[in-house]
Design a binder for this molecule. Structure first.
Ligand code: HEM
Length: 399
C-alpha cells in the first residue's frame, strides 16, 4: 500500500510521518542547537515535570534573537507560564470556559456546519479547508469570545503571519534572519492585541454574555486579570481555538479518504465517530511539536541534557512510538485506550479539548450524513502546511 506521505505528497518537513523511526528517543541537533525529544515515555516524563521542563522558553533564547521591540509582552500567554502563576491563571480562565459553556454550543455548531455546506453546494464545489474546516472553528471561537465572526479574514492573516514557516526552528540562524522572521509575527501580534484590547475595553463599559466579558470580570482570590493579560489570553484562545481544529477537521477527512474501509465502518456505526477523531489526532497530530526549557541538568532517554537548554518535544513522533502504539503507521480507530498526546498532558493539558472534540464530532457526522462518500479529487491535489511543527492540510478539494 502506498503510504499517505507519497499519496498526498506530504512535505519532507513532516519527517516523523515517514514511519519506522529507529533513532534514539532524545537527540541533540548541533545544527540547530536544540534537544529533540521523540519517544513516548520520554515525552510523558517531560510533560509531567514542569519544575524541570519549564514552559518559559524565552529564558533560554539569546536576547539578540528576540524581536527588538519594547512593547512585546508575554504576560498572560498561559502556555509559556510555569507554576505557581500558571495555576492561578488557568483557574481564572477555566471558571469562564466551563464544560457547560462548551456543551451549549452543539446546536450552533451544527447549524453553522449546515450553512457552510449549503453555501459550498451553491458554489458547486467543496474545498474542505476554505469552505468548512477553517470558517467553522474560527466562527465558533469568535462568537464565544464575543468578536465578530465576520472579521475572520483578519484572524487568518494574523495567524498565517505568526505560524506559517517552512524553515526549521533553529538557534544557529543569524540574529538578522531570526529578527526578520520575528518582525512579521510581531506586527501581526500587535494588530491583534490592539483589536482585542478595543473589544475588551468595550466589555468593561458594557458587559455582554460572552467569554471576553467573563475574562474581564473573572476573579480568583479577589483579583482580576490585568488588561494586558486579558488581551494576551484572548489572543491565545482566538488562535489556539481555530488553527488546530481546522487541522483536525481536514486531517480526519483525509484519513477517511486514505482508509476507505474505515470510512465504511464509521458510516455503518456512527458510535465510532469519537474514536475516529481520537485516532486522527494520534495519526496526524496537529500541533506536532511543543517547546520546553530545562531548569537543571537532567537524564532523559539515556542521555544527559544540560541545564538551560531548549527542547523541542515532538508530540507527533511520540504518537507513533511503537513502544506505546503497536503498528503505529496503521490508522486504527479500534485502539482502546488511545492515550495519544495530541492535547498535551499535565498542567498545560489543552483547555479547548472538549470544544475541539465537539466540533470534530458534530462536523464529521454532518459530513457523513450529507455525502455518500468523502473522496479527494485526483485531478486537484491536496496541499499540506509547510510548517514542520504543524501537521495539517491547508487545501483539501473533495469530489
Ligand atoms: C493547550 C493542542 C484546540 C485552547 C494545548 C496544548 C496542546 C494543544 C498540545 C498543550 C500546550 C503545552 O503543553 O505547551 C490542541 C489541539 C487542538 C486544540 C490539537 C484541536 C484539535 C483548542 C481549542 C482551544 C484551545 C479549540 C480554545 C478554544 C488551548 C489553551 C491551552 C491549550 C488555552 C493552554 C493551556 C495551558 O497552558 O494551561 N492545546 N488544542 N485549544 N489549548 Fe489547545
Amino acid at each position: 500500500m502506498t503510504s499517505i506521505v507519497e499519496r498526498y505528497h506530504i512535505p519532507e518537513q513532516h519527517f516523523w510521518l515517514r514511519g519506522g523511526r529507529s533513532g534514539p528517543p532524545v537527540e541533540y541537533d548541533a545544527g540547530t542547537g536544540i534537544w529533540n525529544v521523540y519517544g513516548y515515555p520520554e515525552l510523558h516524563e517531560v510533560l509531567g515535570d514542569p519544575a524541570t521542563f519549564s514552559s518559559d522558553v524565552m529564558r533560554v533564547i539569546p536576547k539578540d534573537l528576540m524581536p527588538d521591540s519594547e512593547d512585546f509582552s508575554l504576560a498572560g500567554f498561559i502556555t509559556q507560564i510555569d507554576p505557581p502563576e500558571h495555576g492561578k491563571l488557568r483557574k481564572l480562565v477555566s471558571s469562564a470556559f466551563t464544560r457547560k459553556v462548551v456543551a451549549d454550543l452543539e446546536p450552533r455548531i451544527a447549524r453553522l456546519t449546515h450553512e457552510l455546506l449549503d453555501a459550498a453546494r451553491e458554489r458547486g464545489r467543496l474545498e474542505l479547508v476554505a469552505d468548512l474546516a477553517y470558517p467553522l472553528p474560527v466562527t465558533v471561537i469568535a462568537e464565544l469570545l464575543g468578536v465578530p465572526g465576520g472579521d475572520r479574514v483578519l484572524f487568518k492573516q494574523w495567524a498565517d503571519a505568526m505560524f506559517e514557516r517552512d524553515t526549521k526552528i533553529s538557534l544557529s540562524r543569524t540574529a538578522a534572519e531570526q529578527q526578520a522572521d520575528a518582525r512579521d509575527a510581531l506586527k501581526a501580534w500587535k494588530e491583534m492585541a490592539g483589536y482585542l484590547a478595543a473589544h475588551a475595553a468595550e466589555r468593561r463599559r458594557q458587559p455582554r454574555a460572552d467569554l471576553l466579558t467573563r475574562l474581564v470580570e473573572a476573579e480568583v482570590d479577589g483579583e482580576r486579570l490585568p488588561d494586558d493579560q486579558v488581551v494576551n489570553f484572548a489572543i491565545v484562545l482566538l488562535l489556539a481555538g481555530h488553527v488546530t481544529t481546522t487541522m483536525l477537521l481536514g486531517n480526519t477527512v483525509l484519513c477517511l479518504d486514505a482508509f476507505p474501509e474505515v470510512q465504511d465502518r464509521v458510516r455503518a456505526d456512527r458510535a465510532s465517530v469519537p474514536a475516529v477523531i481520537e485516532e486522527s489526532l494520534r495519526f496526524l497530530t496537529p500541533f506536532a511539536a511543543l517547546s520546553r526549557s530545562t531548569t537543571r541538568e537532567v537524564e532523559l532517554g539515556g542521555v544527559t541534557v544540560p541545564a538551560d537548554r531548549l527542547l523541542m518535544i515532538w508530540l507527533g513522533a511520540a504518537n507513533r512510538d511503537p513502544r506505546q502504539f503497536p503498528d503505529p503507521d496503521v490508522f486504527d480507530p479500534g485502539r482502546d485506550p488511545n492515550p495519544h498526546l495530541a492535547f498535551g498532558r499535565g498542567i498545560h493539558f489543552c483547555l479547548g479539548a472538549p470544544l475541539a472534540r465537539l466540533e470534530g464530532r458534530v462536523a464529521l457526522n454532518i459530513l457523513l450524513d450529507r455525502s455518500d462518500r468523502l473522496r479527494t479529487d485526483p485531478d486537484d491535489p491536496v496541499e499540506f502546511m509547510p510548517t514542520p511543527t504543524m501537521t495539517g492540510v491547508r487545501r483539501l478539494p473533495l469530489r
